[in-house]
Design a protein around this ligand. Sequence first.
Ligand code: NDP
Ligand SMILES: O=CC(=O)O
Length: 324
Amino acid sequence: MKPSVILYKTLPDDLLVRLKNHFTVTQLKDLSPETVRQNAQAFAEAEGILGSSEKVDKAFLEHTPKLRAASTVSVGYDNFDVDALSERHIALMHTPTVLTETVADTIMTLVLATARRAVEVAERVKVGEWKGSIGPDWFGIDVHHKTLGILGMGRIGLALAQRAHFGFSMTILYNARRHHQEAEERFNARYCDLDTLLAESDFVCISLPLTDETYHLIGAEQLAKMKSSAILINAGRGPVVDEKALIQALVDGKIHAAGLDVFEQEPLPVDSPLLSLPNVVALPHIGSATHETRYNMAACAVDNLIAALSGNVKENCVNPQVLK
Ligand SMILES: NC(=O)C1=CN([C@@H]2O[C@H](COP(=O)(O)OP(=O)(O)OC[C@H]3O[C@@H](n4cnc5c(N)ncnc54)[C@H](OP(=O)(O)O)[C@@H]3O)[C@@H](O)[C@H]2O)C=CC1
Ligand SMILES: O=CC(=O)O
């Protein structure tokens, strides 16, 4: 008999067929307590789950006594209680690498859009304000040859450094838990402590995961250390930045602008003060959202679940110790 799995995300048709070739699939809209209650038998039988963005904690796991693998269509896994999964010997699979280049492109988009005020001035054109030669009140600032500070020199940080170094002749500073020889050798990146990076960067780009250590890593104190001409870009996770402190820093002119793909609450509430600030570019968490990359992520997640439930994992496992 095929193992039972819960799918809580829409998959392209061919990937759904691939999943169904291996498993008995119950497709549900989410993992909310209500959905779990209404489908108690399916959760009781499930050996695998596949989807994204839903919280998977101890309380959820009580409803899935047979679970052996969870496959997330994302690289970030802060919505999973990894310790609780590991205690139960449940493998957590994720999708690194396939999205790296696309997310780095998104970060560069935010760098350029904020520096050149592309969204703001395009809106002005649309409402008919472009009536003659533009003056300094529509000007932006240069990106090329500036200093880019990267918080988190992992896969995405490295791909960003490549773009900034070769494409824009930027000086690269970075902070991570350890030194990254590849970044230093290929992109002449310089390791800095956080305070130095904040003080010297024209652009501070966050590509960090959300963990206990990175929660509110950037607050009022850190924002005050940035240049008043500097721009903050966050494409890691919203709660890495204290959003209230960021709004205050933008309102007070402590920093020049912000480009944000992630927020403390998503979707961003329509009454967020961020939306009324002209120097903020707010994107709806589109870091990896291209047709090609989202397809590749879904395919990777399907293959990950097949590998995990057939005891054939070679890569992409967050807690490989459970496989021993
Ligand atoms: N906006 C979006 O749509 C997307 C957002 N993301 C986010 O980007 C994150 C990074 O992805 P990826 O680059 O693949 O992950 P990696 O694991 O490759 O890189 C993470 C980097 O963060 C560093 N880091 C972790 N904790 C700390 C800390 N406490 N202090 C300093 N540095 C730290 C790591 O340091 P070290 O190298 O020293 O271990 C590493 O350099 C994801 O976890 C996710 O949250 C990812 C994809 C899309
Ligand atoms: O935010 C997206 C991810 O893949 O993580």
